[in-house]
Design a protein around this ligand. Sequence first.
Ligand SMILES: [Zn+2]
Length: 277
Amino acid sequence: MPEGDVLLRTARRLHHALVDEPLVVADLRWSGLSELDLTGRRTTEVISRGKHLLHRLEGGATIHSHLRMEGHWWVERRDQVRPGVLRSPDLRAALATTEWAALGWQLGMLDVVDTAQESTVVGHLGPDLLGPDWQESVAVDNLHRSAQSLGAALLDQRNLAGLGTIYASESLFVQRLSPWQPASAVSEDALQLLVRRAQRLLKHGAEVGRPSITGDPREPTYVHARSGRPCRRCGGPVRVSAIGTAPRERPMFYCPQCQGGLGPDDDGRPQRPLGAR
Ligand SMILES: [Zn+2]
């Protein structure tokens, strides 16, 4: 699932392509939106908020989208969009100025709200790690008050917004923290360092365009997607186990040796590297 770094880059790309120009195409293929006519409206800005995208138009309307698992936005020159592309059932949104087209594919969520009422779609989010209004102390406080495990609390967008499984697992590994311990049992100092680490990694990912945690382009992560392979710090096997409560469990990659032991649902049986037979 795309994380905050991808959303920030997507927002910047859409903003750059569409800002200040009127929409000549505004085709929203979503229940309840197909009749809505937004053509002629100018884009005032496109921003990300955690993993959400807010595309603001003059006249006080906001197109809100979320990528969920598979979604993405493409930007290309309008005269280069092939007609067949527009007939694809995976296309959920086509927005275009005279020069540029933004195509939303397999979006997980799409709606249009009054700009003044954006809180109805993003008001539940905690402070945005990449936002201009980031509030570290609020995020630390939210984590500290959480009744969840630390890993699940980091992934809960109500505590702080922008992290998914890659940056959560990598931040926990770098800070040598167990994902499975109760978030409330972790000192505020350690939570502050964790949140700062996560923010630094996410910002770096947004700058370079991909997660780049280790600095090694061949193996950019320490633990994410590396189960069954040796930990780059201690040499022990990296593992993966589910975190969170059903039906919202997520995979959490970790090193039991570096991060305080096996997770409660991890039986410790050997795990093969991903992709190995
Ligand atoms: Zn290790």
